[in-house]
Design a protein around this ligand. Structure first.
Ligand code: FE
Ligand code: FE
Ligand code: ZN
Length: 277
């Protein structure tokens, strides 16, 4: 069975997200650990988190994919912004220990003119400061479209981060279909070649989750504008080939398409139907 869900708002609490997910036939979901633009996280409501934890196992959910605020820049030029990123990251990981066994994915960051080498060094430095041997969350580096000075624009850059990290067993990759398409990987015409390349450079065993998005722009455009499933340049056929691929089909798929809940429900239904065909 396809494991699929979408981004949900945490404004009504944790258990509410689980129930909302069930109401649209999702068995995973993503949520921002705090306001996506950063800022202070709400006080933890432990009974609510424990209720979600029980709900997830009672309803056969697969792993959730929590998303770090996308404004964190672990490789900023400004030391105080790097420290800010590290503190938020650490706090999120501490909080996620109350919901053990999930994924926490983040955008590696932008080197803002310092160069790729420096960016990669700072990102790995942060990970080495926050990852712990005994943590129950796996941190996922997200593949990026390469707009501006984003790190993670290709598999090689992610590999270089991975190589510098000590707690390698706490680290994996989240592949965003819009981002890799925009980054120049032709998953419409050459999915197997792209996955072979991923396997050679990173290893498919590191791939833990997929962000399933269509893209408004052509391959190699480095734009990062998500589209609804079938409303972009990747298209339904290529996206369903991804959910059906023998190397990918067991992973959690998270929709980050521009939708309200009813739109997500339709996309989940569509992708489930196409996978069972
Ligand atoms: Fe993301
Ligand atoms: Fe994404
Ligand atoms: Zn994106």
């Amino acid at each position: 069975m396809l494991h699929i869900g979408c981004h949900l708002s945490s404004s009504k609490g944790f258990l509410a997200m689980g129930k909302t997910a069930s109401s649209i036939q999702a068995d995973t979901f993503a949520f921002f650990t705090r306001n996506p633009r950063g800022g202070k996280a709400k006080a933890l409501n432990l009974p609510d988190i424990q209720a979600l934890s029980a709900y997830l196992s009672n309803h056969q959910f697969t792993a959730l994919v929590a998303h770090a605020p996308y404004t964190l820049n672990p490789c900023s030029k400004d030391p105080s912004l790097r420290e800010f990123a590290r503190n938020i990251f650490q706090e999120d990981l501490d909080r996620l220990e109350y919901l053990p066994g999930q994924y926490y994915n983040f955008h590696p960051g932008s080197h803002v003119g310092q160069g790729t080498d420096t960016g990669i060094k700072y990102i790995a430095q942060m990970l080495n400061q926050v990852l712990r041997k005994d943590q129950n969350t796996t941190v996922l580096l997200e593949t990026m479209s390469g707009k501006g000075s984003e790190i993670g624009r290709n598999f090689e850059e992610l590999r270089r981060i991975y190589d510098l990290v000590e707690q390698k067993d706490k680290l994996g990759i989240c592949m965003d279909t819009c981002h890799i398409w925009d980054g120049g990987y032709d998953i419409v015409n050459h999915l197997d070649l792209v996955l072979d390349e991923f396997d050679q450079i990173l290893g498919l065993n590191l791939l833990k989750a997929i962000h399933l998005n269509d893209s408004l722009n052509p391959c190699d455009s480095h734009k990062d504008r998500h589209a609804k499933i079938g409303a972009g340049q990747i298209g339904v056929k290529a996206l369903s080939a991804i959910t059906c691929h023998p190397s990918l089909r067991k992973l959690p798929f998270i929709l980050e398409t521009p939708n309200e809940l009813s739109g997500y429900a339709e996309e989940i239904l569509l992708m489930r139907k196409l996978q069972s065909n």
